[in-house]
Write a protein that binds this ligand. Sequence first.
Ligand code: GRG
Length: 299
Amino acid sequence: MTTSVRGDAVEIHWQRLRVRVDSALDLALQFGEGCPIELQEAMRYSVLGSGKRLRPLLVLLAAEACGGLVEAALPAACAVELIHAYSLVHDDLPAMDDDDLRRGRPTCHKQFGEATAILVGDALQARAFELLASGIKPAERTVRCVAELARAAGATALVGGQTDDLAGLNSHATVERLQAIHRRKTGAMFVVSLRLGAIVAGATDDQLTALTEYGTHVGLAFQIIDDLLDVSGQQDVVGKRLGKDHDRRKLTYPQLLGVEASRHRVEELLDSAIRALEPIGDDADSLRGLARFIVQRDH
Ligand code: GRG
């Protein structure tokens, strides 16, 4: 009983945070003169509406865990979601993963055309950094946030991981190589979300280290679940085409380890993630709950 009341309270808290993120994103995507109507519409289409908002939640919960205010961390929460949304729009393009369904509706390029989808990604990325530059205070924290997000979104992390993923692993596949891709392609955005929340809140080095470790484990667990959902999820619930990894002969955890061993690995990563939060104590309870939610998700 106590657990479920507490669980409900946590869910209500997340729900409220999501509402705040959504209205901040809505505001951030209203451009004045100079922005062509179709570009604005396509940017809003790609960001607003559904989407679990996991990365913004990580920002806000990390800020709270380190004693910071949600209001101060909102620009960072929006910035990470804009980078994430851009990466999805570009990943769906014919030159990349070539998908026609995302978040339960046609992908950006199917709806607005390829050229617009490329420009949507470009403009979302620029807007993300604009939000950090104008919304994070004081200046010393602004600079750290901009530098950390640029690195996580750049050639050695998100883009580098995507590049290696597109190149494929083929015969040289090992779990270590697969993990090295996912640490950059998926994990870096999880880790930077937590770090931005912590930086905005003025976290100590110990708190930053704990959150970084937690994010590394949760990011990998999230990716394994993503691979498992591609094998056994329900398309109408997941909101994107499933079975594509298999069709494209993409290397995945279930393929390398098998389904059971992959699930076991997720449980190990969850334990490690929760243990990593020990230095933060009870203030990190929401993050513990979020890690459990991430590994139990069905979409
Ligand atoms: C184009 C530079 C560039 C990178 C693309 C996002 C990405 C990298 C690839 C998407 C392919 C994929 C399935 C990656 C697995 C992890 C992932 C990012 C899943 C989608 O994230 P969710 O589940 O999505 O948080 P929502 O829609 O809820 O925001």
